[in-house]
Write a protein that binds this ligand. Structure first.
Ligand code: AMP
Ligand code: GLY
Length: 415
C-alpha cells in the first residue's frame, strides 16, 4: 500500500520508521516531514494547515491510507475532508477531535460515559473562577478550554496566579488536583472496536527531579515495570471502551488514536486528559517496540476492520527516549544552531523533531530538536543506550534531562 503521513516532528519520524518496517507499505510519503524523515521516506513540502493542498497531494499520489500526526489538522477538519473524498484516513473527525480541542467537551463525554476523572467546573467569568478555586483549594489546577500547545494548563499553589492564568482564556476548566503517578495509555479505534497499546510514561517538566516549567515532554519510557499487570484491561474497561461507545452513540464516532493521560490516584485511576493523536515523545518509545505491522493496524482502524485484528505484538525490549532541547526551551528557543556528531547504532534511534537542512548543514529548528531512543533488555540498558548516544551529539546551548526512567530502572533492578 501507499501511505501518506502528515506531520514533521519526532513522533512522525518514529511512526515513519515503524511504517517502513511493515512489508505491505510499499511507498511512504510524508508531508512535510523533516531531514530525518527524508532519509527513510519521500517528503512533500506542504503546509499542513491547508486541507486542500493535502487532499490534492493524497489524490495525486493515489494513496491507500492517510495517517494524521498532529492535533492541529484534526481539529481543522482534515480527516473530514479526506473521508469525503473516499480516502481511508487514520485520525478523528473535527467533531470527535473535540475530545482534545475542548477540555469542557471532554469532561462532558466522560461524565456521560461514566469514565473516572477529577471533579471540575467550567468557568467563563471571574466570580465563577474564584468560586471554583475555593471549592477545591490548593494546589489549583486551571486549564484553558481550547488547544494551547502545551501552555494551557497551570498547576499552582498560588491563588492569584491561578486567577491570572484563568482570565487569559474565554473559558476554563478548573479541576480538583489529582495525586499519583501519571501514565499515558493509547487506544487504536475504528469507531466501534478499540485496541489498547502498552502503557508509557512521559516526563513533562523541563528539569531533573520534575522541576521547572511544563514542556511538550522531555522523555519517556516503556514498558512500566511498576504498573499493575492488568492496567491495559482496566483502562479498556473503564476508559477507552465507554468513551468510544459514547462517541458513537452521540453520532461522532472516534476513528484514530485515543490518548488517555491517566493519574493512578489513591482512589483509583482517573483521566487527566484526552488527546486525539499519538503522544510525543511516548510514540518514540512505543513505535520501536511494536512488532505488529503498523500500516496494517492503522489501515484496519481507518476502514472499520479492527474487530478481528487480534492483540498487538510487542518486543520484550525496554525503550527509553531522551529529548534534546534548544537553549531556553520551553520559555523561548534558540534556533538555527548547528547539530553535529550524530551517530546511530543498532541499540539507539535518533528521531528528528525540530531540525532543518541549510546548505548541507543540519540546524536546530524548534524547542525539541531530537528525540533519542535507546533499546535494551531492561530499562537500565535502554537508558545506557539512549544516554550514550545523546552525550555524543553536539548542539550549542542545548539541554536534556539526566533522570529519564531513572527511578523506574532502579526499582526494576531491585525486584
Ligand atoms: P494536560 O495538558 O491536561 O495533560 O496537563 C499537563 C500536565 O499538568 C499533566 O500532565 C499533569 O502533570 C498536570 N495536571 C493536569 N491536570 C492535573 C490535575 N487535575 N491534577 C494534577 N496535575 C494535573
Ligand atoms: N506527551 C504529551 C503529549 O503528546 O501531549
Amino acid at each position: 500500500m501507499k501511505v501518506l503521513l502528515i506531520g514533521s516532528g519526532g513522533r512522525e519520524h518514529a511512526l515513519a520508521s515503524a511504517l517502513i518496517r511493515d512489508t505491505t507499505v510499499e511507498q511512504l510519503h510524508v508531508a512535510p516531514g523533516n531531514p530525518g524523515i527524508a532519509g527513510i521516506a519521500i517528503c512533500h513540502p506542504v503546509d499542513i494547515r491547508e486541507n486542500k493542498a493535502i487532499l490534492e497531494l493524497a489524490k495525486k499520489l493515489s494513496v491507500d491510507l492517510v495517517v494524521i500526526g498532529p492535533e492541529g489538522p484534526l481539529v481543522n477538519a482534515l480527516a473530514d475532508e479526506l473521508r469525503k473524498a473516499n480516502i481511508a484516513t487514520f485520525g478523528p473527525s473535527k467533531a470527535a477531535a473535540q475530545l482534545e480541542g475542548s477540555k469542557h467537551f471532554a469532561k462532558q463525554v466522560m461524565r456521560d460515559a461514566g469514565v473516572p476523572t477529577g471533579k471540575s467546573f467550567t468557568c467563563t467569568n471571574r466570580a465563577e473562577i474564584e468560586r471554583a478555586l475555593d471549592a477545591f483549594g490548593a494546589p489549583y489546577v486551571v486549564k484553558h478550554d481550547g488547544l494551547a500547545q502545551g501552555k494551557g494548563v497551570v498547576v499552582t499553589q498560588d491563588r492569584a496566579m491561578a486567577i491570572e492564568h484563568a482570565l487569559l482564556a474565554k473559558q476554563v476548566v478548573i479541576e480538583e488536583f489529582l495525586d499519583g503517578s501519571e501514565v499515558s495509555l493509547f487506544g487504536i479505534s475504528d469507531g466501534t472496536t478499540i485496541i489498547a497499546m502498552q502503557p508509557a510514561q512521559d516526563f513533562k517538566r523541563a528539569l531533573d527531579g520534575d522541576l521547572g516549567p511544563n514542556t511538550g515532554g522531555m522523555g519517556a519510557y516503556s514498558p512500566l515495570p511498576w504498573a499493575p499487570d492488568d492496567i491495559m484491561q482496566e483502562v479498556l474497561e473503564k476508559v477507552l471502551n465507554p468513551t468510544i461507545k459514547e462517541m458513537a452513540a452521540s453520532g461522532t464516532p472516534f476513528v484514530g488514536l485515543l490518548y488517555a493521560g491517566l493519574a493512578l490516584t489513591t482512589k483509583g485511576l482517573k483521566v487527566i486528559e484526552f488527546n486525539v493523536r499519538f503522544g510525543d515523545p511516548e510514540t518514540q518509545v512505543l513505535a520501536p517496540r511494536l512488532k505488529t505491522p503498523l500500516g496494517q493496524l492503522l489501515l484496519a482502524a481507518a476502514t472499520g476492520k479492527l474487530e478481528n485484528f487480534g492483540a498487538l505484538d510487542w518486543s520484550e525490549q525496554s525503550a527509553v527516549t531522551v529529548v534534546l532541547a534548544s537553549e531556553g526551551y520551553p520559555n523561548s528557543s534558540e534556533i538555527g544552531k548547528e547539530i553535529s556528531a550524530i551517530e546511530t547504532n543498532p541499540n539507539s534511534f535518533v528521531f528528528h523533531a525540530g531540525t532543518q537542512l541549510v546548505d548541507g548543514a543540519l540546524l536546530s529548528n524548534g524547542g525539541r530538536v531530537l528525540a533519542i531512543t535507546g533499546l535494551g533488555t531492561d530499562l537500565t540498558q535502554a537508558r545506557d543506550a539512549a544516554y550514550r548516544t545523546i552525550s555524543r551529539i553536539s548542539l550549542p546551548g542545548s539541554h536534556y534531562r539526566s533522570d529519564i526512567a531513572l527511578n523506574a530502572s532502579v526499582a526494576e533492578k531491585g525486584n
